[in-house]
Design a protein around this ligand. Structure first.
Ligand code: C5P
Length: 237
């Protein structure tokens, strides 16, 4: 079962949220061997481009490219195929792009020689119950909407989803054991919450069914990032 087969340190995906590729590579080097992967998001990607992804891959670092793709099916499918050429380990797209978009992306991905894991973003945690109801006119609660989108992503053949720790247990129950759950909003008890509101500790998130934990500032802004990463892994062991 996927949830129990991952080594504690391999579960940690460090979010390298900065606009400086040299700084990000330095951080990845410091944490090498003590975390499972790094996450390159829109800020770092737009600072350094696909070359940034390649540089990490060349150093043997697993990369989660947090691309959050959302467009018509053919465009997303082609973007996935091109992004995958950099050798990244995981790419995400918005599940709200719909079944056809996810299915075409999955089909394009499956044709690749070394396809990355394809992960659906369910609901951004910045969207609360009010925004979902009033802005997007979605009548489901955030929890039910996330579970619905996770099932849609699974039916389209995606490998897993991004969901908050709050929804991880319900997604695990709805989608079963082989489906990956990646959770941000994770905070060890010894770290500041920063701007994260719906937080869980690393151990709680994994107990609720998370496979991978996206952790940024508690590690990258720690006075000793390597010690912080090791402490998280110890807590997961
Ligand atoms: O520093 P921190 O641990 O809060 O970083 C969390 C990372 O996860 C950031 O890159 C953030 O953009 C991302 N994220 C999040 N909440 C979501 C989705 C992604 O915090 N719902």
């Amino acid at each position: 079962m996927e949830a129990t087969a991952i080594e504690p340190q391999q579960r940690i995906i460090v979010a390298l949220d900065c606009d400086n590729g040299v700084e990000a590579l330095g951080m990845a080097e410091r944490l090498s061997g003590h975390v499972g992967a790094v996450k390159v998001g829109l800020e770092l990607f737009n600072a350094g481009g696909p070359q940034t992804l390649r540089r990490f891959v060349e150093t043997g670092t697993r990369v989660f490219y947090d691309a959050k793709l959302h467009d018509i099916p053919v465009t997303v499918a082609r973007a996935v195929a091109v992004a995958a050429r950099t050798g990244v380990w995981m790419i995400n797209l918005h599940a709200t792009g719909g079944s056809a978009m996810m299915q075409q992306a999955e089909a394009a991905n499956a044709e690749l020689q070394a396809p990355p894991l394809l992960i659906g973003v369910t609901l951004l945690t910045s969207l609360d119950e009010r925004a979902l109801a009033d802005d997007l006119r979605v009548s489901l609660s955030p929890l039910h909407y996330v579970v619905h989108l996770a099932k849609l992503a699974q039916a389209a053949g995606l490998h897993g989803v991004v969901a908050s720790p709050r929804e991880a247990a319900a997604v695990r129950e709805a989608c079963g054991s082989g489906f990956l759950i990646v959770t941000p909003g994770v905070r060890p008890t010894w770290a500041a919450a920063d701007d994260q509101k719906r937080i869980a500790t690393p151990a709680e998130a994994v107990a609720d069914g998370a496979d991978y934990l996206v952790i940024g500032r508690p590690i990258t802004r720690a006075s000793d990032p390597l010690a912080a990463a090791m402490r998280v892994a110890e807590e997961l062991a």
